[in-house]
Design a protein around this ligand. Structure first.
Ligand code: SAH
Ligand code: SF4
Ligand code: F3S
Length: 453
């Protein structure tokens, strides 16, 4: 059997896409391998969001070339595909810069992979078109066995692309305009995943809360309505969604956090910065105060909700005063975790042309200061769960024999001692202490929520 090695960079959308590519290729007789030296086909599923991410591709392609040459000495052929957002952004430039590459394919065209691979027998192929047909409608579903091997928590893409055009971001260019999948397709996929043993679904999209898919009767469904329907899928005990934009948190979606026990109390809601001047320059279309008031409304609906955000430091023109506003916002909101990035100018985006770029050393200093504050918040959030009883979805064996590891509702990693419970069980755990990377707890028994599913 031929073997394919897929390596993904970047966001969850790429993780999901990588699985779909592996599914398409399994129909062509490829099995997956985790060893690139054994692979007849190497796929790099790339990310263009920051310069470092994009440059990684070329260093990785250097390693792939060595593997290809080594395999060739043993009479083995290796074919190389670059997929993902760098493929979309750079197209034929990739085959020029790295002749080892046979196929360049943008994120909208993965359903065409078998055809592209056969065309690449004659000449290099670059496909970065935005096709009229939606790729998801042409991609095969994974078999139950493959789904099971991927675990009890699964990503499900419901929305792709972005119409927001934040001035720092490449996503609207690499992923194209917002597109929501039809509801019937999503429900089918959810049922199939659940039948194969999946217990937790994370709905994903670049702007997932802007979801507006076509419902079974032709009417438009928003994300809240979709979540309400997914709660009914037998076997599914937990729902999450990511990533959301503050502008698209509708009243109904906020109410869903109050009304749907299966919707987990963890929300990733990126704010990026706390200065209104910078938020406006970023084209985020909301102020810091609007974000704070939104958080108040969400907390009124679901008081124990844990929040996380993305932050960019050193956006062009960011002064020390602007940065102080970010620190103030962080103090006011209180996050359970977050991601931090130094602003990276991206070709083709408006902010990259600004003459007001911030020095790298200043960016590094602000990054460290912001990180330190949120790290304290993260620790105090974790310590605050000690003594509490939390449901844990068991995902895999723990580090030591007899241990199991899973996630709390707040996405914290939790380790417990248990011989009686297996992967996929939702159990009730009393949290006893906080370790460096996970919480530890004592098993109390099965969760009542599990029986309800
Ligand atoms: N759709 C999501 C974010 C997708 S990109 C949203 O709107 O929040 C993930 C994160 O990468 C962003 O939230 C942002 O914090 C960061 N990011 C995007 N472009 C960046 C850039 N040019 N430099 C640094 N960080 C960037
Ligand atoms: Fe990028 Fe902004 Fe769209 Fe998020 S909302 S993907 S940051 S343009
Ligand atoms: Fe990166 Fe593309 Fe995702 S740029 S973050 S892989 S949408």
């Amino acid at each position: 059997m031929k073997k394919v090695f897929v390596k993904s960079y970047g966001c969850q959308m790429n993780v999901y896409d990588a699985e779909r590519m592996a599914d398409v290729l399994s129909g062509e007789g490829f099995s997956e391998t985790t060893a690139p030296e054994d692979a007849d086909l190497v796929i790099l599923n790339t990310c263009h969001i920051r310069e470092k991410a994009a440059e990684k591709v070329y260093s990785e392609l250097g390693r792939v070339r060595e593997i290809k040459e080594d395999r060739a000495r043993h009479g083995l052929e290796t074919r190389v595909v670059v997929a993902g957002c760098v493929a979309q952004a750079e197209g034929a430039e990739i085959t020029r810069r790295a002749p080892v590459v046979d196929v360049v394919v943008g994120p909208q065209n993965y359903h065409r992979l078998p055809d592209l691979l056969s065309r690449a027998r004659k000449a290099k192929v670059v496909d970065t078109e935005f096709p009229v047909e939606a790729k998801f409608d042409h991609l095969p579903a994974a078999s139950a066995a493959r789904t099971r091997s991927r675990g009890v928590s699964a990503f499900l893409t419901v929305q792709e692309g972005c119409d927001k055009f934040c001035t720092f971001c490449v996503v609207p260019y690499t992923r194209g305009a917002e597109y929501s999948r039809p509801v019937a397709r999503i429900l089918d996929e959810a049922r199939r995943l659940a039948e194969a043993g999946v217990r937790e679904l994370t709905l994903i999209g670049q702007n997932v809360n802007a979801f507006h898919g076509e419902g079974p009767g032709g009417e438009t469904w928003d994300l809240a309505r979709l979540l309400e329907a997914l709660v009914e899928v037998p076997g599914i005990v937990r729902l999450r969604y990511t990533t959301s934009h503050p502008r698209d948190m509708s009243d109904r979606l906020i109410a869903a956090h109050r009304d749907l026990p299966a919707l987990m109390p963890f929300l990733h809601l990126p704010v990026q910065a706390g200065s209104d001047r910078i938020l406006a320059a970023m084209n985020r279309k909301h102020t810091a105060d609007e974000y704070r008031r939104l958080i108040d409304r969400i907390r009124a609906a679901r008081p124990d909700i844990a929040l996380s955000s993305d932050f960019i430091v050193g956006f062009p023109g960011e002064t020390e005063q602007d940065f102080t506003e970010t620190l103030k916002l962080v103090e006011a909101v209180g996050f359970a975790s977050s991601f931090f990035f130094k602003y990276s100018p991206r070709p083709g985006t408006p902010a990259a042309d600004s003459t007001d770029q911030v020095l790298e050393a200043v960016k590094a200093d602000r990054l460290a200061r912001l990180q330190a504050i949120v790290e304290d918040q993260r620790k105090s959030f974790n310590h605050g769960t000690v003594g509490r009883r939390l449901d844990v979805l068991l995902e895999r064996p723990g580090r030591h024999p007899g241990q199991m590891a899973g996630k709390s509702p707040f996405l914290q990693a939790v380790q417990i001692e248990s011989d009686a419970h297996g992967i996929g069980d939702l159990v009730s755990v009393r949290i006893t202490r906080v370790g460096s990377n996970s919480l530890f707890g004592e098993l109390e028994g099965p969760s009542p929520m599990d029986a309800a599913a």
